[in-house]
Design a protein around this ligand. Sequence first.
Ligand code: PMT
Length: 222
Amino acid sequence: LDDPRLRGRRIIVSAGGTKERLDPVRYLTNDSSGKMGTAIANAAAGAGAEVTLVTTRQLPVVPGVTVKQVESAQSMADTIDAEFTEADAVIMAAAVADYRLPTVSDHKLKKTDATSGLTLNLVQNPDILASLGRKKTHQILIGFAAETNDLLKNAQLKLTKKNADMIVANHVDATHGFNTDTNAVTLLRPEQAPVTLPEMPKPKVAAALIEQLATMLAKQKG
Ligand code: PMT
């Protein structure tokens, strides 16, 4: 539903698990389906924002969402960086791999010796949210933290460390978090009491988040 506070606002949303390639046919990834991030993009566009969805997945989007398909954390970082200056807000719902192979083989890797194992040496990926947190000017940054244990403590650490304006602490179990249709989240903001939302389908969680973002944008100076 059209929200005057969001009309014409530029919002970047990321979704899905990144794929970190070993070779042309193999990669490391995680269970993120892109449902949460795509629901957020659709809710924002439905409210009148101009949305860029940077995603590793292909899910249906509504008019007002421009989809940029990416694969690796590095390609997600490059795509978001290219639009960041013009953006009013970035919502990082993607599950970005923290590590990748330093080089991707251009041919399918072969099994060399049936008896020995294989060791992969990984290097760190850029932390997209943290790097946006270092260079933001007016932009509102919202990150997620999906945790199986010590959820609020870990989410609080990410809020500070990544200089975010909000962290959505995401419970992870069989019915919440990765590749589920419902979600359970607690919203953390600097110097504010945590707000726990009831368990809801992801589109409803998305609508609640976009409502929060609209309030934050309306309060923004300038
Ligand atoms: O896609 P779905 O199946 O619907 O699942 C949704 C979800 C559970 C993946 C999503 O709601 C969620 O919680 N995403 C964040 C997953 C996570 O574990 O994030 P993290 O704790 O690794 O990272 C914290 C924040 O930093 C996130 O906003 C992440 O996008 C960002 N990050 C992380 C690593 C990195 N290298 N760069 C980043 O920007």
